[in-house]
Design a protein. Structure first.
Length: 277
């Protein structure tokens, strides 16, 4: 990891850490925020916090040269721990974002086919997210070590990196299909004047807010996905590779901060804040 990347992490990651902490604290502090959708954002923020903390710790270790004496060793304990934590938190964050898409689809489907009293089965989301995260983090357990931008699965062409790349690629692709269907459904319903009540308007506003979290995740994750795919095919230098490196580092480093802006500007948060004041 070159020095410029380290300084970018040190500049932006604390903002994302503070943003994730804000979401976590207010969710725990105000019970009116604890609803379907917000609980998924809460879980994703915990994973974002851990992921940002991992990269910040890597940047600090690199800057202070604490892991330079054995930098090429895949068995360096701090680097191994950071790599395992990074793989786990990244996959968990991706999976929770996918659950956000499933929730939005469920809300749209519920309006047509389900009773209004039915609740989103969040416990099954926890089973799926943490189960898949554990499995995909343990598969490359012997491959963790130093990389071009910190500690992860060592070797740019290591096929074990597919545990990360394929999972994120599938999540992004499927979520695009889901969101496309949702947008088509909402627009069609508006044309047909199916949803005109106050509750329907509030539902559409909430769905729009959840979609913003999804868009921000894609802005942060797609550059990383493309960058790591370039590396997998042996491209580890050049103008395009360098541009992707800096874009992925900057967008990732600001993800948690951007999420917190959506959180504090949402009608639900403002309503709770005004009531509290």
């Amino acid at each position: 990891m070159n020095q410029i990347i380290v300084y970018i992490y040190l500049m932006f990651l604390p903002l994302s850490i503070l943003g994730s902490c804000l979401i976590i604290y207010t969710y725990i502090r105000y019970k009116d925020l604890r609803k379907a959708g917000a609980n998924i954002v809460f879980c994703q923020s915990i994973c974002d916090l851990v992921d940002s903390g991992k990269y910040l710790a890597t940047a600090i270790l690199t800057l202070s040269s604490l892991n330079q004496t054995d930098r090429d060793s895949a068995t360096t304990l701090p680097c191994f721990i950071l790599a395992f934590v990074g793989q786990s938190s990244a996959i968990a964050t991706t999976a929770w974002n996918f659950m956000l898409n499933i929730l939005v689809a469920w809300m749209v489907f519920k309006a047509d086919h389900m009773r209004q009293g039915s609740e989103f089965p969040i416990k099954y989301c926890h089973i799926y997210v943490w189960g898949s995260t554990l499995a995909l983090s343990l598969i490359p357990i012997h491959q963790y070590g130093p990389t071009s931008v910190g500690c992860w699965i060592k070797g740019p062409q290591n096929l074990y990196r597919l545990t990360f790349l394929v999972s994120i690629g599938l999540y992004v692709a499927v979520s695009i299909v889901i969101m496309s269907w949702i947008l088509h459904k909402i627009r069609r319903d508006k044309v047909l004047n199916t949803f005109t009540s106050k509750s329907s308007v509030e539902r559409d506003m909430f769905i729009r807010q959840l979609r913003m979290y999804d868009i921000l995740f894609k802005v942060a994750s797609v550059p990383v996905l493309i960058f790591r795919t370039y590396e997998l095919f042996g491209i580890t230098s050049g103008t395009v590779w360098t541009a992707l490196l800096f874009i992925s580092v900057i967008t990732f480093s600001l993800h948690g901060a951007a999420n917190s802006i959506i959180w504090i500007t949402s009608p639900q948060f403002l309503r709770v804040f005004v009531t509290t004041e």
